[in-house]
Ligand binder design. Structure first.
Ligand SMILES: CC(C)(COP(=O)(O)OP(=O)(O)OC[C@H]1O[C@@H](n2cnc3c(N)ncnc32)[C@H](O)[C@@H]1OP(=O)(O)O)[C@@H](O)C(=O)NCCC(=O)NCCS
Length: 346
Protein backbone atom coordinates (compact mmCIF):
# COMPACT_ATOMS: atom_id res chain seq x y z
CA UNK A 1 0.00 0.00 0.00
CA UNK A 2 1.16 3.53 -0.76
CA UNK A 3 2.12 5.68 2.15
CA UNK A 4 -1.14 7.54 2.72
CA UNK A 5 -1.53 9.92 5.58
CA UNK A 6 -3.85 8.48 8.26
CA UNK A 7 -4.98 10.81 11.03
CA UNK A 8 -7.32 10.57 13.98
CA UNK A 9 -9.96 13.26 13.82
CA UNK A 10 -11.40 14.94 16.91
CA UNK A 11 -15.05 14.60 15.96
CA UNK A 12 -16.44 17.19 18.35
CA UNK A 13 -13.79 19.76 17.62
CA UNK A 14 -12.31 19.20 14.18
CA UNK A 15 -11.00 21.97 11.92
CA UNK A 16 -13.24 23.42 9.19
CA UNK A 17 -10.98 21.74 6.62
CA UNK A 18 -11.54 18.34 8.27
CA UNK A 19 -15.33 18.71 8.52
CA UNK A 20 -15.54 19.82 4.87
CA UNK A 21 -13.39 16.94 3.62
CA UNK A 22 -15.25 14.40 5.76
CA UNK A 23 -18.65 15.61 4.59
CA UNK A 24 -17.42 15.40 1.00
CA UNK A 25 -16.32 11.75 1.20
CA UNK A 26 -19.52 10.84 3.06
CA UNK A 27 -21.55 12.32 0.19
CA UNK A 28 -19.43 10.67 -2.52
CA UNK A 29 -20.25 7.25 -1.03
CA UNK A 30 -23.88 8.31 -0.48
CA UNK A 31 -24.17 9.20 -4.18
CA UNK A 32 -22.78 5.79 -5.12
CA UNK A 33 -25.28 4.09 -2.80
CA UNK A 34 -28.39 6.28 -3.26
CA UNK A 35 -27.80 8.23 -6.50
CA UNK A 36 -31.21 9.93 -6.44
CA UNK A 37 -30.97 11.28 -2.89
CA UNK A 38 -29.74 14.80 -2.12
CA UNK A 39 -26.37 15.22 -0.38
CA UNK A 40 -26.13 15.78 3.37
CA UNK A 41 -25.32 19.47 3.95
CA UNK A 42 -22.05 20.23 5.75
CA UNK A 43 -23.95 21.89 8.59
CA UNK A 44 -25.94 18.73 9.29
CA UNK A 45 -22.84 16.52 9.47
CA UNK A 46 -21.02 19.01 11.69
CA UNK A 47 -23.96 19.52 14.04
CA UNK A 48 -24.49 15.79 14.34
CA UNK A 49 -20.86 15.14 15.26
CA UNK A 50 -20.66 18.04 17.69
CA UNK A 51 -23.74 16.72 19.48
CA UNK A 52 -22.83 13.05 19.74
CA UNK A 53 -24.30 11.70 22.99
CA UNK A 54 -21.76 11.30 25.82
CA UNK A 55 -22.47 7.55 26.08
CA UNK A 56 -21.38 7.01 22.46
CA UNK A 57 -17.62 6.78 22.29
CA UNK A 58 -16.81 7.21 18.59
CA UNK A 59 -13.26 7.20 17.27
CA UNK A 60 -12.49 7.98 13.62
CA UNK A 61 -9.41 7.71 11.41
CA UNK A 62 -9.26 9.65 8.16
CA UNK A 63 -7.05 8.87 5.18
CA UNK A 64 -5.83 11.77 3.01
CA UNK A 65 -4.40 11.68 -0.51
CA UNK A 66 -0.73 12.45 -1.18
CA UNK A 67 -1.02 16.25 -1.23
CA UNK A 68 -3.56 16.28 1.62
CA UNK A 69 -6.17 17.95 -0.59
CA UNK A 70 -8.86 15.23 -0.36
CA UNK A 71 -10.01 12.77 2.24
CA UNK A 72 -10.12 9.43 0.43
CA UNK A 73 -11.31 7.12 3.20
CA UNK A 74 -12.44 6.97 6.78
CA UNK A 75 -12.92 4.23 9.34
CA UNK A 76 -14.62 4.54 12.67
CA UNK A 77 -15.42 2.44 15.69
CA UNK A 78 -18.26 3.15 18.11
CA UNK A 79 -18.43 1.85 21.67
CA UNK A 80 -21.62 2.28 23.64
CA UNK A 81 -20.85 3.18 27.26
CA UNK A 82 -24.07 1.53 28.45
CA UNK A 83 -24.95 -1.17 30.96
CA UNK A 84 -25.65 -3.63 28.14
CA UNK A 85 -23.62 -4.91 25.22
CA UNK A 86 -20.23 -4.28 26.76
CA UNK A 87 -18.86 -6.96 24.40
CA UNK A 88 -19.71 -5.04 21.21
CA UNK A 89 -17.89 -2.58 18.98
CA UNK A 90 -19.65 -1.20 15.90
CA UNK A 91 -17.60 0.00 12.99
CA UNK A 92 -17.83 1.47 9.53
CA UNK A 93 -15.25 1.90 6.77
CA UNK A 94 -15.65 3.83 3.53
CA UNK A 95 -13.02 4.08 0.80
CA UNK A 96 -13.38 6.30 -2.28
CA UNK A 97 -13.99 4.08 -5.34
CA UNK A 98 -10.76 5.32 -7.03
CA UNK A 99 -8.68 4.11 -4.10
CA UNK A 100 -10.17 0.66 -3.45
CA UNK A 101 -8.29 -2.67 -3.58
CA UNK A 102 -5.06 -1.14 -2.34
CA UNK A 103 -5.27 -2.30 1.27
CA UNK A 104 -6.67 0.93 2.76
CA UNK A 105 -9.78 -0.83 4.09
CA UNK A 106 -7.63 -3.52 5.68
CA UNK A 107 -5.37 -0.97 7.33
CA UNK A 108 -8.32 0.95 8.80
CA UNK A 109 -9.82 -2.33 9.95
CA UNK A 110 -6.58 -3.13 11.79
CA UNK A 111 -6.83 0.17 13.71
CA UNK A 112 -10.49 -0.51 14.53
CA UNK A 113 -9.71 -3.99 15.85
CA UNK A 114 -6.89 -2.65 18.04
CA UNK A 115 -9.17 0.00 19.54
CA UNK A 116 -11.90 -2.58 20.20
CA UNK A 117 -9.39 -4.91 21.88
CA UNK A 118 -8.02 -2.10 24.03
CA UNK A 119 -11.58 -1.58 25.28
CA UNK A 120 -12.13 -5.30 25.94
CA UNK A 121 -14.75 -5.69 23.22
CA UNK A 122 -14.86 -9.12 21.58
CA UNK A 123 -17.51 -8.85 18.86
CA UNK A 124 -17.47 -6.45 15.90
CA UNK A 125 -20.64 -5.39 14.07
CA UNK A 126 -21.19 -3.53 10.82
CA UNK A 127 -23.66 -3.38 7.93
CA UNK A 128 -23.49 -3.55 4.15
CA UNK A 129 -25.95 -3.29 1.26
CA UNK A 130 -26.21 -4.50 -2.33
CA UNK A 131 -25.67 -1.05 -3.85
CA UNK A 132 -21.91 -1.31 -3.27
CA UNK A 133 -21.06 -4.98 -3.68
CA UNK A 134 -17.50 -4.53 -2.46
CA UNK A 135 -18.82 -4.25 1.10
CA UNK A 136 -20.03 -7.84 1.09
CA UNK A 137 -16.84 -9.10 -0.59
CA UNK A 138 -14.80 -7.39 2.12
CA UNK A 139 -16.94 -8.99 4.86
CA UNK A 140 -16.54 -12.45 3.35
CA UNK A 141 -12.77 -11.94 3.15
CA UNK A 142 -12.74 -11.03 6.85
CA UNK A 143 -14.65 -14.20 7.68
CA UNK A 144 -17.63 -12.26 9.09
CA UNK A 145 -20.99 -13.99 9.61
CA UNK A 146 -24.35 -12.69 8.49
CA UNK A 147 -26.12 -11.85 11.76
CA UNK A 148 -29.35 -10.38 10.41
CA UNK A 149 -30.57 -10.05 6.85
CA UNK A 150 -33.00 -7.33 5.97
CA UNK A 151 -34.02 -4.70 3.45
CA UNK A 152 -34.58 -1.02 3.32
CA UNK A 153 -38.12 -1.00 1.96
CA UNK A 154 -39.63 1.97 0.18
CA UNK A 155 -43.16 3.19 -0.42
CA UNK A 156 -43.71 5.49 -3.40
CA UNK A 157 -46.45 7.91 -2.45
CA UNK A 158 -47.56 7.95 -6.10
CA UNK A 159 -48.53 4.29 -5.61
CA UNK A 160 -50.24 4.74 -2.23
CA UNK A 161 -53.84 3.57 -2.00
CA UNK A 162 -55.43 6.48 -0.09
CA UNK A 163 -58.69 4.55 0.25
CA UNK A 164 -56.83 1.85 2.18
CA UNK A 165 -55.43 4.47 4.58
CA UNK A 166 -58.93 5.81 5.09
CA UNK A 167 -60.28 2.31 5.82
CA UNK A 168 -57.49 1.48 8.30
CA UNK A 169 -58.13 4.71 10.18
CA UNK A 170 -61.90 4.08 10.25
CA UNK A 171 -61.32 0.53 11.44
CA UNK A 172 -58.84 1.73 14.06
CA UNK A 173 -61.17 4.40 15.38
CA UNK A 174 -63.63 1.66 16.40
CA UNK A 175 -61.10 1.09 19.23
CA UNK A 176 -61.52 4.64 20.52
CA UNK A 177 -63.60 3.44 23.47
CA UNK A 178 -60.58 1.46 24.68
CA UNK A 179 -57.62 3.47 23.41
CA UNK A 180 -56.64 7.09 23.03
CA UNK A 181 -54.52 8.05 20.02
CA UNK A 182 -51.99 10.79 20.74
CA UNK A 183 -49.02 12.46 19.12
CA UNK A 184 -45.76 13.97 20.30
CA UNK A 185 -44.17 16.39 17.86
CA UNK A 186 -40.44 16.67 18.32
CA UNK A 187 -39.11 15.97 21.79
CA UNK A 188 -40.91 13.57 24.13
CA UNK A 189 -42.66 15.22 27.09
CA UNK A 190 -40.14 15.54 29.92
CA UNK A 191 -42.62 14.56 32.64
CA UNK A 192 -43.39 11.18 31.00
CA UNK A 193 -39.85 10.05 30.15
CA UNK A 194 -39.95 7.06 32.50
CA UNK A 195 -43.11 5.63 30.87
CA UNK A 196 -41.77 6.50 27.43
CA UNK A 197 -38.55 4.53 27.85
CA UNK A 198 -40.69 1.52 28.79
CA UNK A 199 -42.64 2.05 25.55
CA UNK A 200 -39.39 2.31 23.57
CA UNK A 201 -38.35 -1.04 25.07
CA UNK A 202 -40.59 -2.48 22.34
CA UNK A 203 -37.57 -2.13 20.04
CA UNK A 204 -36.22 -5.24 21.78
CA UNK A 205 -39.10 -7.27 20.37
CA UNK A 206 -37.90 -6.97 16.77
CA UNK A 207 -36.15 -10.03 15.34
CA UNK A 208 -32.37 -10.00 15.89
CA UNK A 209 -31.58 -13.12 13.87
CA UNK A 210 -28.25 -14.66 14.84
CA UNK A 211 -26.83 -11.41 16.19
CA UNK A 212 -25.20 -11.90 19.56
CA UNK A 213 -26.63 -8.76 21.07
CA UNK A 214 -28.33 -8.11 24.38
CA UNK A 215 -31.56 -6.18 24.86
CA UNK A 216 -31.01 -2.43 25.18
CA UNK A 217 -32.83 -0.42 27.82
CA UNK A 218 -32.31 3.22 27.18
CA UNK A 219 -32.32 5.58 30.20
CA UNK A 220 -34.16 8.93 30.30
CA UNK A 221 -30.81 10.75 30.33
CA UNK A 222 -29.62 8.89 27.22
CA UNK A 223 -32.91 9.61 25.47
CA UNK A 224 -32.56 13.33 26.15
CA UNK A 225 -29.05 13.31 24.67
CA UNK A 226 -30.20 11.44 21.57
CA UNK A 227 -33.02 13.92 21.05
CA UNK A 228 -30.54 16.79 21.32
CA UNK A 229 -28.43 15.32 18.51
CA UNK A 230 -31.53 14.71 16.39
CA UNK A 231 -32.68 18.29 16.76
CA UNK A 232 -29.17 19.60 16.03
CA UNK A 233 -29.13 17.82 12.67
CA UNK A 234 -32.61 19.02 11.75
CA UNK A 235 -34.50 15.76 12.28
CA UNK A 236 -38.17 16.31 13.08
CA UNK A 237 -39.50 13.31 14.94
CA UNK A 238 -43.21 12.52 15.17
CA UNK A 239 -44.49 9.83 17.49
CA UNK A 240 -48.04 8.51 17.41
CA UNK A 241 -48.91 6.50 20.51
CA UNK A 242 -51.88 4.56 21.82
CA UNK A 243 -52.82 4.74 25.47
CA UNK A 244 -55.11 2.16 27.06
CA UNK A 245 -57.87 4.20 28.72
CA UNK A 246 -58.62 1.69 31.51
CA UNK A 247 -55.05 1.51 32.83
CA UNK A 248 -53.47 4.71 31.49
CA UNK A 249 -50.66 2.55 30.09
CA UNK A 250 -49.11 2.77 26.63
CA UNK A 251 -50.20 0.05 24.20
CA UNK A 252 -47.96 0.87 21.23
CA UNK A 253 -46.41 3.55 19.04
CA UNK A 254 -44.98 4.43 15.65
CA UNK A 255 -42.34 7.03 14.79
CA UNK A 256 -41.23 8.88 11.65
CA UNK A 257 -38.46 11.36 11.03
CA UNK A 258 -38.58 14.15 8.45
CA UNK A 259 -35.70 16.46 7.64
CA UNK A 260 -35.96 19.64 5.53
CA UNK A 261 -32.59 18.72 3.97
CA UNK A 262 -34.33 15.86 2.12
CA UNK A 263 -37.99 16.90 2.11
CA UNK A 264 -39.11 14.18 -0.33
CA UNK A 265 -38.09 11.32 1.96
CA UNK A 266 -39.89 10.36 5.14
CA UNK A 267 -38.04 7.91 7.38
CA UNK A 268 -40.30 5.42 9.10
CA UNK A 269 -38.67 4.23 12.33
CA UNK A 270 -39.97 1.81 14.91
CA UNK A 271 -43.58 0.63 15.10
CA UNK A 272 -44.49 -1.59 18.05
CA UNK A 273 -47.57 -2.87 19.87
CA UNK A 274 -47.29 -4.74 23.19
CA UNK A 275 -48.17 -8.46 22.83
CA UNK A 276 -51.42 -8.27 24.83
CA UNK A 277 -52.82 -5.71 22.37
CA UNK A 278 -51.82 -7.40 19.12
CA UNK A 279 -54.33 -8.69 16.56
CA UNK A 280 -56.70 -5.70 16.93
CA UNK A 281 -55.45 -3.70 13.95
CA UNK A 282 -53.61 -1.19 16.17
CA UNK A 283 -50.40 -1.40 14.11
CA UNK A 284 -52.34 -0.63 10.92
CA UNK A 285 -54.18 2.21 12.66
CA UNK A 286 -50.96 3.78 13.94
CA UNK A 287 -49.24 3.62 10.57
CA UNK A 288 -52.23 4.89 8.61
CA UNK A 289 -52.82 7.79 11.02
CA UNK A 290 -49.13 8.71 10.86
CA UNK A 291 -49.03 8.59 7.06
CA UNK A 292 -52.17 10.66 6.67
CA UNK A 293 -50.85 13.34 9.01
CA UNK A 294 -47.35 13.49 7.56
CA UNK A 295 -48.58 13.75 3.98
CA UNK A 296 -50.81 16.68 4.97
CA UNK A 297 -48.01 18.35 6.90
CA UNK A 298 -45.35 17.79 4.23
CA UNK A 299 -46.97 17.42 0.79
CA UNK A 300 -43.43 17.30 -0.69
CA UNK A 301 -42.98 13.73 0.58
CA UNK A 302 -42.58 11.30 -2.33
CA UNK A 303 -41.04 8.29 -0.58
CA UNK A 304 -41.27 6.59 2.79
CA UNK A 305 -38.32 4.40 3.76
CA UNK A 306 -38.01 1.87 6.51
CA UNK A 307 -35.61 -0.94 7.40
CA UNK A 308 -37.05 -4.35 8.24
CA UNK A 309 -35.56 -7.72 9.03
CA UNK A 310 -36.61 -10.17 6.30
CA UNK A 311 -38.03 -12.40 9.06
CA UNK A 312 -40.27 -9.72 10.56
CA UNK A 313 -43.48 -11.22 9.15
CA UNK A 314 -45.87 -9.05 11.17
CA UNK A 315 -44.33 -5.73 10.12
CA UNK A 316 -43.74 -6.85 6.54
CA UNK A 317 -47.38 -7.85 6.20
CA UNK A 318 -48.52 -4.31 7.04
CA UNK A 319 -45.79 -2.71 4.93
CA UNK A 320 -46.51 -4.94 1.94
CA UNK A 321 -50.20 -4.10 2.15
CA UNK A 322 -49.26 -0.42 2.10
CA UNK A 323 -47.15 -0.98 -1.02
CA UNK A 324 -43.59 -0.90 0.35
CA UNK A 325 -41.09 -2.55 -2.05
CA UNK A 326 -37.44 -3.57 -1.51
CA UNK A 327 -35.13 -0.59 -2.12
CA UNK A 328 -31.79 -2.13 -1.09
CA UNK A 329 -30.56 -4.93 1.13
CA UNK A 330 -29.33 -4.25 4.64
CA UNK A 331 -27.12 -7.00 6.05
CA UNK A 332 -25.78 -6.85 9.60
CA UNK A 333 -22.51 -8.73 9.99
CA UNK A 334 -20.76 -9.88 13.14
CA UNK A 335 -17.23 -11.14 13.69
CA UNK A 336 -15.27 -12.36 16.70
CA UNK A 337 -12.04 -10.44 17.14
CA UNK A 338 -10.19 -13.67 17.93
CA UNK A 339 -11.11 -14.95 14.45
CA UNK A 340 -10.18 -11.86 12.47
CA UNK A 341 -6.72 -11.53 13.96
CA UNK A 342 -5.52 -14.40 11.81
CA UNK A 343 -6.46 -12.48 8.64
CA UNK A 344 -4.94 -9.24 9.89
CA UNK A 345 -1.67 -10.89 10.80
CA UNK A 346 -1.21 -12.38 7.32
C1 LIG B 1 -15.56 -2.34 1.59
C2 LIG B 1 -14.45 -1.31 1.37
C3 LIG B 1 -14.32 -0.47 2.66
C4 LIG B 1 -13.13 -2.04 1.10
O1 LIG B 1 -12.07 -1.09 1.05
P1 LIG B 1 -10.69 -1.42 0.27
O2 LIG B 1 -9.71 -0.39 0.65
O3 LIG B 1 -10.97 -1.61 -1.16
O4 LIG B 1 -10.30 -2.82 0.93
P2 LIG B 1 -8.85 -3.53 0.87
O5 LIG B 1 -8.14 -3.17 -0.38
O6 LIG B 1 -8.12 -3.25 2.15
O7 LIG B 1 -9.29 -5.05 0.84
C5 LIG B 1 -9.42 -5.85 2.01
C6 LIG B 1 -9.65 -7.27 1.57
O8 LIG B 1 -10.99 -7.41 1.02
C7 LIG B 1 -10.91 -7.87 -0.33
N1 LIG B 1 -11.86 -7.11 -1.15
C8 LIG B 1 -12.16 -5.81 -1.05
N2 LIG B 1 -13.01 -5.45 -2.02
C9 LIG B 1 -13.27 -6.56 -2.74
C10 LIG B 1 -14.08 -6.84 -3.88
N3 LIG B 1 -14.78 -5.86 -4.48
N4 LIG B 1 -14.10 -8.11 -4.33
C11 LIG B 1 -13.38 -9.10 -3.75
N5 LIG B 1 -12.58 -8.88 -2.66
C12 LIG B 1 -12.53 -7.64 -2.18
C13 LIG B 1 -9.49 -7.55 -0.78
O9 LIG B 1 -9.06 -8.40 -1.81
C14 LIG B 1 -8.69 -7.71 0.48
O10 LIG B 1 -8.35 -9.06 0.67
P3 LIG B 1 -6.76 -9.50 0.81
O11 LIG B 1 -6.33 -8.89 2.12
O12 LIG B 1 -6.77 -10.97 0.79
O13 LIG B 1 -6.06 -8.89 -0.35
C15 LIG B 1 -14.79 -0.37 0.18
O14 LIG B 1 -15.12 -1.17 -0.94
C16 LIG B 1 -15.96 0.56 0.42
O15 LIG B 1 -15.75 1.70 0.81
N6 LIG B 1 -17.23 0.10 0.22
C17 LIG B 1 -18.41 0.91 0.55
C18 LIG B 1 -18.66 0.96 2.06
C19 LIG B 1 -18.86 -0.42 2.67
O16 LIG B 1 -19.65 -1.21 2.19
N7 LIG B 1 -18.15 -0.70 3.78
C20 LIG B 1 -18.25 -2.01 4.40
C21 LIG B 1 -18.82 -1.93 5.77
S1 LIG B 1 -17.65 -1.45 6.97
Amino acid sequence: MKDYNIQVINLKNASDEEYIALNKIINIIRKERQPDDPPIPLEETTNQLKNLPSFVDLKMWCVWNEDHSEMIAQGNVGLMRTEENKHLAQFDIIVHADYRRQGIGKQLYGLIVKAAQANHRRLLLTDTNDRIRAGEAFMLRLGAQRGLEGHVNQLRIADLDHQLIHEWIQQGEKNLTEFELGIWEGNYPQEQLQEIIELLDLTNQQPFGDLEVEEMHITPEQLVEMQKMDVARGNQRYTFYLLEEATGKFAGYTETVWNANRPEILRQDMTGVFPQFRGKGLGRWLKAAMLERQLKLHPEIKFVRTTNADTNAAMLRINNELGFKPYMTSILWQMEISQVLEYLNQ
